[in-house]
Design a protein around this ligand. Structure first.
Ligand code: SF4
Length: 430
């Protein structure tokens, strides 16, 4: 479901001494946090996501994730009916019955997430209390956690952030005398995760945990000896929860493109005392492969102007990749939320001519796109068609979240995702 909320509009320049950011509040056009279930249920293979929501929430999930006909699904919606919403029945009792039935029928479920939605938040259904009560009943067979995927004031990638933050308190504490360990944070396709684990192993970093793990029950340990690398720029709540457990973030570029991936690996190599020559020897082949792969897209992208509308929170690192490795010119880089510390290195590399914006006032933003006339506009599904009818070439932002785009071996595909709409435009114009 697309969320459109209207809040008092305001546009004010940032007052910080750092790079100015145009901050906007107003109507937004983004998916809600339930969308994260689409990739999280594929990643955590012993987890089940039970959305406590409305028929609308159920439709969103089914249309986004598809209906699994042959496999047992690993997500569902406990639909709140009108009498629930009117407070005519005790929702907590109903939820207990649904969960008990589900767990009796599905012994393969080892972690159950109760996922809040707009309706459950509006009636203030306390899913934290429900998770505690049900958890006490079903432990140790099933761990029951909760987070919110509601679309009120959030964007869709925050669903992953909220889910991972809910897992952090469950992570075992690492032994105080344990050696320094590395933690990769953010859901990556298994194939990409394996590539990174191989590279860390070749570098000589042996103790590497991953959050989320493929089995939600195999949580990595965390403690003051944990150094973590964010694989995604939208994990601020998870980062805070990890730091509360003593972990320290390694400041790095995000692993997009040849240089982003090199910078990300280098941050870990430096923290773990890996020698420069060994780092270069391990990383050089992948880096060269990535550079060669993105060359295919250079002809279509070099010198082209691009605007990002706020959507996935991947906008800042992707704009950096396109500007520094493919000579594109970012005109506006809009992002729903900007974490200045996590994106500091990225922001430094985005050309000063680019306008950075945070939040959304969709009408004003569309006016700016129409005035800027970029060659390519990256935006949500709901805005792409109207812009195409006005002669602008667009790219659906959500495709970037569903495609494997991290790391050396995906750099060429990442560049292609941007080149394709421009090539299609050129073909149509001939
Ligand atoms: S959580 Fe809110 S925004 Fe998302 S599908 Fe349900 S009602 Fe719509």
């Amino acid at each position: 479901m697309s969320v459109a909320t209207t809040l008092p509009g305001c546009t004010k320049p940032a007052t910080e001494a750092q790079r100015p950011v145009l901050r906007e509040r107003g109507q937004r056009e983004v998916f809600c946090g339930l969308t994260g279930i689409v990739w999280l249920h594929r990643k955590m293979q012993d987890a089940f996501f039970l959305v406590v929501g409305s028929r609308t929430c159920a439709h969103l999930l089914q249309s986004a994730a598809g209906v699994m006909i042959f496999a047992e699904p690993r997500f569902a919606t406990a639909i709140m009916e009108e009498r629930d919403l009117a407070g005519m029945v005790d929702c907590q009792d109903e939820l207990d019955r649904v969960v008990d039935r589900l767990l009796a029928r599905r012994p393969d479920i080892k972690t159950l997430f109760l996922v809040g939605s707009c309706p459950s938040e509006v009636i203030k259904l306390d899913l934290g209390k429900a998770a505690e009560r049900l958890g006490a009943r079903h432990m140790p067979d099933v761990r029951i956690l909760n987070y919110s995927g509601s679309g009120i004031e959030t964007t869709f990638t925050q669903g992953e952030d909220a889910c991972l933050a809910a897992l952090v308190p469950e992570m075992p504490a690492s032994a105080p005398e344990a050696a320094q360990e590395l933690l990769i944070v953010g859901a990556l396709p298994d194939i990409v995760e394996d590539q990174f684990l191989r590279l860390f192993s070749q570098l000589g970093i042996e103790t590497v945990g991953v959050l989320p793990a493929r089995n939600a029950r195999d949580l990595p340990s965390v403690g003051p000896n944990t150094r973590y690398l964010l694989a995604q720029p939208f994990l601020s709540e998870t980062a805070m929860a990890l730091e509360d457990r003593g972990a320290q973030r390694l400041d790095a570029l995000f692993p997009f493109g040849a240089e982003g991936t090199t910078g990300w690996l280098k941050a870990a190599a430096d923290a773990f005392g890996i020698e420069e020559a060994h780092f270069d020897a391990v990383v050089a082949p992948g880096r060269e492969r990535a550079k060669r792969a993105i060359e295919h897209a250079r002809g279509a992208l070099s010198g082209k102007r691009i605007s990002f509308l706020p959507d996935s929170q991947l906008e800042v690192p992707l704009a950096r990749f396109l500007a520094t490795e493919l000579d594109m010119e970012p005109v506006e880089v809009g992002t729903p939320y900007l974490h200045r510390a996590h994106c500091a290195q990225e922001l430094d590399l985005i050309p000063p001519s680019a306008r950075i914006s945070e939040g959304q006032h969709v009408e004003r933003q569309l006016d700016r796109v129409r005035a800027d006339r970029p060659d390519l506009t990256v935006c949500g599904l709901g805005l792409a068609n109207p812009l195409e009818t006005e002669g602008l070439t667009t790219k659906w932002a959500i495709e970037l979240v569903f495609s494997p785009i991290h790391g050396f071996d995906q750099a060429g595909d990442l560049a292609e995702l941007f080149a394709r709409p421009l090539r299609r435009r050129d073909v149509l114009e001939v």
